[in-house]
Design a protein around this ligand. Structure first.
Ligand SMILES: Cc1ncc(COP(=O)(O)O)c(C=O)c1O
Length: 385
């Protein structure tokens, strides 16, 4: 059995829809100017291309004002912007036990410097969270609640609407890490009382690496992480105070944003509901197939309503890295093993020592991809566990 099946979409999606490759190629060959800088036609077209990307994301997230979408180089930068901005003068934050290091590490770094503290509210492996524990964790010093929308390890969805209600009760802004959900789960910051929505471009939004961003609700502006050239207010020594320029210093990744726009338009055209339906079919088949293979342990929720198409498992006595290497070397299957930049989530799942193998789907995966993985695992399990 040999093939080439990519099931590491939670790390980055591959392949991209054809139009994404074409959009980046077109930008590089036919546009080429620097957005927001010079006044010639290539710079103006580059600026329009960036605006179209902002508008496509605004449609996806149902945001009225596209200038509230700030482009960053990835979700990590967007998360850092909010965490550092909100805790600039110290204070307390609340996070969950399913967070990625992109949330945990900046908080830990700030707390080691002094003046910042944070509380980790425990979640179940299925993403459940006791709201009374969340309430109890919040103090008069709490300046931010930060929460992943879905675990990048087990695919468990967190109860974002309920968490938003608790944060709003206390008047504390909510930062949602939508790295794993933007493009595959309906998420509307305004309707869901989300203050800051951090997303990355290169996963289920199908853009290239080096793209991402942040939605920021009105009235919750922060100090920027960086200052510098914006192409606007060039005469001033001060950073512009208007959005998005206040947060977009230096030349943007316009080549990448052209690709991101095409990726988001693909998602808009298919529709998040249809994308989720397809992912459900594949995920349920994968979960069912895994549970029938002797020696397999699957982590995270079983019910589709509580998850996305990220599936964590182990097989027999194989270490997660051994199994992932076998899948790649013998079958050409790309999955990810180890801790997935989220030791907190692994502690929650009880897999901190061993790690897990993670198979993660995108809208471009097929039933054949899932069956091929299952066939490979069945064969490996027959070699002995
Ligand atoms: C839940 C979660 N948050 C944040 C990130 C960071 O995304 P990026 O590497 O694009 O900054 C990831 C990436 O895997 C993630 O899964």
């Amino acid at each position: 059995m040999s093939g080439d099946v990519y099931l590491d979409n939670a790390a980055t999606t591959y392949p991209k829809p054809e139009r994404v490759y074409r959009a980046m190629d077109r930008f590089a060959r036919e546009v080429g100017g620097n957005p927001g800088r010079s006044g010639h036609h290539r710079a103006l077209e580059a600026g329009r291309e960036v605006l179209r990307a902002r508008e496509a994301l605004s449609r996806l997230f149902r945001i009225d004002d596209p200038s509230r979408i700030i482009f960053t180089k990835n979700a990590t930068e967007a998360l850092n912007l909010v965490i550092r901005g909100r805790l600039l003068e110290g204070g307390h934050a609340v996070i969950t036990s399913l967070e990625h290091n992109s949330v945990w590490r900046p908080l830990e770094a700030l707390s080691r410097k002094g003046g910042v503290a944070y509380t980790i509210v425990p979640c179940g492996a299925d993403g459940s969270l006791d709201l009374s524990e969340l309430r109890a964790a919040m103090t008069s010093e709490t300046r931010l609640v930060a929460c992943t929308h879905a675990s990048n390890v087990s695919g468990a969805l967190l109860p974002i609407r309920e968490i938003a209600e608790v944060a709003a009760e206390k008047g504390v802004p909510l930062l949602v890490d939508a790295a794993q959900t933007a493009g595959r789960v309906e998420i509307y910051p305004k309707e869901m009382s989300i203050t800051y929505l951090a997303f990355t471009g290169h996963k289920e939004l199908f853009g290239p690496q080096g793209t991402g961003g942040l939605y920021m609700a009105p009235g919750w502006e922060l100090e920027p992480l960086t200052c510098g050239g914006t192409g606007s207010r060039s005469e001033s020594s001060l950073q512009p105070d208007f959005l998005p320029d206040r947060y977009e210093s230096g030349t943007l990744n316009a080549h990448g944003l052209a690709g991101l726009r095409a990726g988001v338009e693909y998602v808009l055209e298919k529709g998040v509901v249809e994308i989720r339906r397809h992912e459900r079919e594949l995920t349920e088949r994968l979960l069912e197939g895994l549970s029938a293979i002797p020696g397999t342990t699957v982590y995270g929720p079983r019910e589709w309503e509580k998850r996305v198409g990220i599936v964590a498992f182990n097989l027999g006595n194989y270490s997660s890295s051994e199994l992932a290497s076998l899948l790649d070397d013998e079958y050409g299957i790309c999955v990810r093993s180890g801790l997935h930049c989220s030791p907190l989530a692994h502690r929650t799942l009880g897999t901190l020592q061993r790690g897990v193998v993670r198979a993660s789907l995108s809208h471009l995966n097929t039933e054949e991809d899932v069956e091929y993985l299952l066939r490979a695992l069945r064969e490996i399990s027959r070699w002995g566990l």
